[in-house]
Design a binder for this molecule. Structure first.
Ligand code: XUL
Length: 507
């Protein structure tokens, strides 16, 4: 049995897999807003006083871990049967700790709770999370100091990004220099929890480390120049970096005494939620791509080389199974087509009839920017008189165009999220990308990926056997490209490109 933990924005969840049988033995979850109302969050976060500030309380996460493990025990999970534990954390969130952290972890008292013991270790009471956008100045300062965004992207896989840890750390060092001086260690959400589980301050893994704007992708280590450009003495405050599959030791006695884990259970490094989802979706090897069709759209895929997006919209993280992965976020997702569907009073059936009607070469794709977009950076564009066909064409032509830099065309695309229920959307994706499209029904790909990583790290299970057991596409969901439509999209791509250029030139 292997345990995957997942500390996300809204909840802390656990998933226990029986890797040999290919089954999920137990699942449990703690909702930050509902189960821990005394933190007064909305969906797990709070807004700060300054524009763009968004925080979570690391002690809330810690309290949730104790509650989650007691729920698992109450539900009858036998934690003594767990061979290894790994985890997934929301990316980019930073935790600021003083010099007491390591000794506190080494002496955790199982008769007391984690929260009370770890509270004295924090030098910053709240953690800025991925939704924070308060660091515009810091992004500019870091990029300028390193010779521009192109250079920062070449080194770290991303231009300076407001939510990424580097800019967040710089801001803290500026607004609270004394607390920054008292900070002995900066952890990510993921490495903070890997440390707690191991009872020792452990490394940051390559997967999540690459989401900090601090890791040099070529060397696989912190980039000394970027650290210097980011904050004073940062090199002394960052843990080392290590492969995501590293077993850092046995689980801490706290968890053995309190929740009856086996003292020999291994603690594996945690990674970010997107890197873990790559594994949980069965897409950890190149040639497969995942498109998540939620409120916003996300695309990610494994990559052999650390190719970077020359336009600076996409990101490169570490693939927890080795090498690299891309991640591209498109702000405008399902809301854009839902609006057209509502305006035309279409049922889902009508919607699919339109979405399944092939495009013609004279069509004009819509610029899919209901709201301002981040990939590409664009102002909103009028959606008046848009048809379902032309909107979907615009959405996925834009997605193809802005993911071309990854270099490896996918032969299989896994789709997940609300939009993946529509055959018409799946067919459009298949035709635009000239790849087969399969649905994967999973609400917990990050936690599953973490549990699979734990099993893989022990060396007892191959990635292939884990994928066969846990990542099967939804039956009957496979859609293949229609060759005629594939050709039509080649000419529509040119039309789309000139429309986009025109729009961007007026931004
Ligand atoms: C990725 C990102 C989000 C968070 C969500 O760059 O910011 O996907 O990881 O937890």
């Amino acid at each position: 049995m292997f345990l995957g933990l997942d500390c996300s924005t809204q909840s802390f969840s656990a998933l226990i897999i029986d890797a040999r049988k290919g089954t999920i033995a137990h699942e449990a979850s703690v909702s930050f807003e509902n189960d821990l109302p005394h933190y007064q969050t909305s969906s797990g976060f709070v807004h700060g006083d300054q524009p763009g500030e968004v925080f979570s309380d690391p002690l809330m996460w810690v309290e949730a871990l104790d509650l989650l493990l007691s729920r698992l025990v109450e539900n009858g999970a036998d934690l003594a049967s767990i061979t290894a534990v790994a985890g997934s954390g929301q990316q980019h969130a930073t935790v600021y700790l003083n010099e007491k952290f390591a000794t506190t972890l080494a002496h955790l008292d199982s008769t007391n709770c984690l929260k009370d013991q770890l509270a004295p270790c924090l030098t910053r009471p709240l953690s800025p999370i991925w939704m924070d956008s308060s660091t515009g100045d810091e992004c500019e300062e870091i990029a300028t100091a390193i010779g521009g965004n192109d250079e920062l992207c070449r080194r770290t896989g991303s231009i300076a990004i407001k939510r990424f840890s580097g800019a967040q750390i710089r801001r803290f060092s500026k607004i609270a220099p004394d607390a920054w001086q008292n900070t002995a260690t900066v952890h990510l959400n993921s490495s903070f929890f890997a440390s707690i589980l191991a009872g020792n301050s452990v490394s940051i893994d390559h997967g999540d480390g690459a989401g900090m704007n601090l890791l040099n992708l070529s060397s696989g280590d912190w980039d000394a120049d970027v650290l210097q450009a980011t904050a004073p003495h940062l090199a002394d405050k960052l843990p080392p970096v290590a492969p995501s599959s590293t077993i850092v030791g046995n689980i801490a006695p706290y968890f053995v005494e309190k929740y009856q884990f086996n003292p020999e259970a291994k603690a594996v490094l945690w990674s970010g939620d997107n890197p873990c989802s790559l594994v949980g979706m069965g897409a950890a090897s190149p040639g497969k791509m995942v498109i998540s069709l939620g409120t916003s759209y996300t695309l990610f895929a494994a990559m052999d080389q650390p190719l970077t997006d020359p336009q600076g919209f996409g990101h490169v993280f570490g693939n927890p199974c080795g090498k690299f992965m891309s991640l591209i976020c498109f702000q405008n997702g399902t809301l854009a087509y839902q609006k057209v569907k509502e305006a035309q009073s279409l049922s889902w059936q009508d919607f699919d009839v339109q979405a399944l009607t092939p495009p013609t070469a004279g069509d004009t794709p819509t610029l899919p920017f209901l709201e301002p977009e981040i990939t590409p950076l664009a102002t909103a564009s009028s959606q008046e008189n848009t048809s379902i066909r032309s909107l979907l064409d615009g959405q996925f032509l834009s997605m193809r165009q802005h993911s071309d830099w990854m270099g490896t065309p996918a032969d299989t695309i896994y789709v997940t999220g609300g939009g993946s229920q529509s055959k018409g959307i799946c067919q459009t994706i298949a035709n635009v990308f000239n790849a087969s499209v399969q649905g994967l029904e999973t609400n917990s790909s990050a936690g599953l990926g973490a549990a699979m990583r734990a099993a893989h790290a022990t060396g007892e299970f191959t990635l292939e056997s884990l994928e066969t057991n846990f990542c099967q596409p939804t039956a009957g969901s496979r859609v293949t490209p229609d060759p005629e439509a594939v050709t039509t999209y080649q000419s529509l791509a040119t039309t789309f490109q000139s429309l986009l250029n025109q729009h961007l030139s007026t931004n």
